[in-house]
Design a protein. Sequence first.
Length: 321
Amino acid sequence: MHRRTLLATGLSLAVPLPALAQAYPSQPIRWIVPYPAGGGTDVVARTLAEEMKAGLGQQIIVDNKPGAATIIGAEALKQSKPDGYTIGTGDTSTLSSNPHLYKTLPYDPAKDFVLIGMMARFNLLLVVHPSVEARTVKEFIALRAAAKEPLGYATPGIGTPHHLAMELFNQRSGSKGLHVPYKGAAPAVQDLIAGQVPSMFLDLAAGIQHVRSGKVRVLAVASAKRLAALPDVPTLAEAGVADSEAYALQGLAAPAGTPKPIVERLNAELVKAVGSPTVVKRFDELGVEPISSTPEQFAETVRAESTKWGALIKELKISLD
């Protein structure tokens, strides 16, 4: 009798898992975005949240928690109940570079989060002010070499994907520049356009309008292949600087312990949303590349990016502590 009771109890505990995904969600979902409202990351989240609500049958409410290189938002996600009703944007900074930039973090990407799937890639462009006498990467490298003083390059801040992309370019091209970090992309771009700083790596989402208006000149893209938005612009590899691919990746994450059926349900709805004509059109307008994956593929990509950027950060002794 006791054994039969235990077996029955075990079965009753096992049954709810498939049913869990069917019953989920029964209330609105909170989506934590570790960046301010109105920026590219925020718009990506809101676009996907709007598209996913039909399939989920519930509202997804975006909750912006910016600050401290995404740490504030990441910690809020970590501390949330792992029931599928709190999810969050996880990007290159949160998941791959912060663990190497800080000696201590209030979260561990490998232990505190479960990854749901990739959703967007912010491709990076090597750009210069139009007054710079370089129209190719080769000419830019030569200009750097001939300069009596190092040519400056702007970044949205130390340790950002834009900064790490330039450090990788410096390493692979054998050239050097003077790092001019800003507090965010907006002031960096503003000074680039004003000619106060001659160059930077700029993400397509933030820079496409300036490229089209001629306020900045694109020398190359840091992606593996040419971008549809800029088909005539070569990749860095095509321009002679191999192994210099860099981008800002974004995906969806949840607190560790979130049940697998819920993760799978969220992944299915995310993949559907990323591939929808509405989202593809909106992302194209933003200059963002839609990208989808399984949870496992997302985790594998995060590990590879962490290894890549961790080695560079360690070699150059870049720190935010």
